[in-house]
Write a protein that binds this ligand. Structure first.
Ligand SMILES: Cc1ncc(C[n+]2csc(CCOP(=O)(O)OP(=O)(O)O)c2C)c(N)n1
Length: 208
């Protein structure tokens, strides 16, 4: 996709994210919308995946460790053809396959279950190690909230990745400044840029 197509895709993701949340009437609007550009770049250009075979072994993985951003994933996967978009307009209804927090057992395209902040970093890092051991040509993209980055488990995950020299996982910190532990989150995020520069891409809206 060229840059214009990616911008159009990002706009479609924003619109569908709002429609998904509107179907329930409430949800994490800001924490979902702010990932639209990243999702458009990843799914429009960077990642390899097969909507007809969501568990394709050599796919790239997406782990929204800030699992409350489920609606933006559902909008993206619907637009990519994993399921009819309308299916996702059942967000959080009884019997839905689209809970507000991402669940790998329910939704095609969701690679790992998340929602308890911090845990997605550990499971994503474990998945990257597993893919490496299995010799798969696959990258794990893990999205972390800046507030979430205050969870100790996040830093344990980074140390684990470093210890195992994992070069098949990329962590994004969504530095929107709206985490409930803003101060600590911002400080640690800046620190991470220096300490973990070998594995980080520091994402801001401007840079996307
Ligand atoms: C372990 C844990 N504690 C608390 C929550 C409740 N919670 C959901 S979203 C959120 C704020 C997260 O902030 P941030 O990671 O910056 O995400 P964003 O602002 O980008 O949505 C909290 C505290 C949770 N999901 N998990």
């Amino acid at each position: 996709m060229n840059e214009k197509d990616i911008k159009v895709l990002a706009a479609e993701i924003r619109l569908e994210t709002l429609k998904v949340i509107h179907s329930r009437g409430f949800g994490h609007v800001g924490g979902s919308l702010d990932l639209a550009d990243l999702m458009a770049v990843l799914y429009g250009e960077v990642m390899k995946f097969d909507p007809k075979n969501p568990r394709w072994e050599d796919r790239d993985w997406l782990v929204l460790s800030k699992g409350h951003a489920g609606p933006v994933a559902y909008a993206t996967f619907g637009l990519m053809g994993f399921y009819p978009m309308e299916d996702a307009y059942t967000l959080n209804q009884p019997g839905t396959k689209f809970p507000s927090h991402t669940d790998r057992k329910l939704t095609p395209g969701v690679d790992l279950t998340t929602g308890s902040l911090g845990q997605g970093v550990s499971t994503a890092t474990g998945a990257a190690l597993g893919n490496k051991i299995d010799g798969r040509d696959s990258t794990v993209y893990c999205v972390i909230g800046d507030g979430e980055a205050d969870e100790g488990q996040v830093w344990e995950g980074f140390h684990f990745a470093y210890a195992h020299k994992l070069d098949n996982i990329i962590y994004f910190i969504d530095n929107n400044g709206y985490g409930r532990c803003l101060l600590l989150g911002m400080k640690k995020t800046r620190l991470s840029n220096r300490v973990f520069f070998w594995m980080f891409d520091f994402v801001t809206k401007e840079r996307i």
